[in-house]
Design a protein around this ligand. Structure first.
Ligand SMILES: [Zn+2]
Length: 266
């Protein structure tokens, strides 16, 4: 029986994308944060995506010194967002404690009849990223080409940083986002036996451009697939990447933590 990942070692992980502000963690947050620490998950971003979860991310992160809130407006909800939501968002982004902007991005899976509205809110958040020098947390589903085109044209107007969260595109697409200067983040799917593409992406993305995340409570890694995900499962994702890249798990831990600190904690 091998050693439990994280136990008795000084390897340190950074979960760059966790929804600890989700309903599922309401009753057991304390326990979940403690378990994460025990597994070596030292830093956790708490990701907001609408008015309610942005506020909750701030409240939860204020209670723990290793939790960091982001604030954003998610593309699937843009039909409900107004200009006032952007005003409120900017107030969060201004705050020193807020480490990133997002989730934001484009999602044509749920709605593809409001592309212009999605782009409007995405660009508004890119402008905030430039103005406050904070990274974007970018969500894409069924909209890779439009997202790339939009990011590439915005990048020409002035640099901003960011991460393609839980990247589900092709290795070729990953390279194009890397060329824009963005990071690629991988989550649970890289551990799934039948998931070919995320494994190929893990192979091509250099360690110094890679981040890892759980996206909990969703997308639990193997062998917990289908169950509720949590940050303490993050080492399983690092382990899968280490095997694919034929490096040690320590190396994956060190690089991804350093990258995430550089991007989010400055
Ligand atoms: Zn998410």
């Amino acid at each position: 029986m091998g050693k439990i990942v994280g136990e008795g070692s000084d390897r340190m992980f950074y979960d760059t994308h966790a929804h600890l502000n989700a309903e599922q963690f309401k009753e057991n947050l304390e326990e979940v944060v403690k378990e994460a620490k025990e597994a070596g998950v030292e830093h956790i971003n708490v990701i907001g995506f609408d008015r309610e979860t942005n506020l909750l991310a701030q409240e939860i992160a204020a209670k723990y010194d290793n939790l960091y809130p982001t604030a954003g407006l998610h593309p699937t909800d843009v039909n409900e967002f107004t200009e006032q939501d952007l005003v409120v968002l900017e107030e969060y982004i201004k705050k020193d404690v807020t480490v990133g902007i997002g989730e934001c991005g484009l999602d044509y899976y749920w709605h593809n009849d409001n592309k212009d509205r999605q782009k409007y809110f995405f660009i508004a958040q890119i402008e905030l990223a430039r103005k406050y020098h904070k990274p974007l947390v970018i969500h894409v589903r069924d909209a890779f080409q439009d997202t790339y085109d939009l990011l590439a044209s915005e990048m020409k107007k002035g640099f901003f940083s960011g991460v393609m969260h839980c990247f589900s595109g092709s290795p070729e697409m990953a390279k194009r986002f890397l060329d824009l200067g963005l990071y690629i983040s991988l989550g649970g799917p890289v551990t799934f036996k039948n998931a070919v593409t995320p494994k190929e992406v893990a192979r091509v993305v250099p360690l110094d451009k890679l981040l890892i995340e759980t996206d909990c409570p969703y997308l639990a890694p193997h062998p917990y697939r289908g169950k509720q995900n949590k940050p303490s499962y993050l080492p399983l994702i690092a382990k899968a990447i280490a095997e694919i890249k034929e490096v040690s798990i320590e190396e994956v831990a060190n690089y991804t933590t350093l990258n995430a600190k550089r991007l989010f904690l400055k």
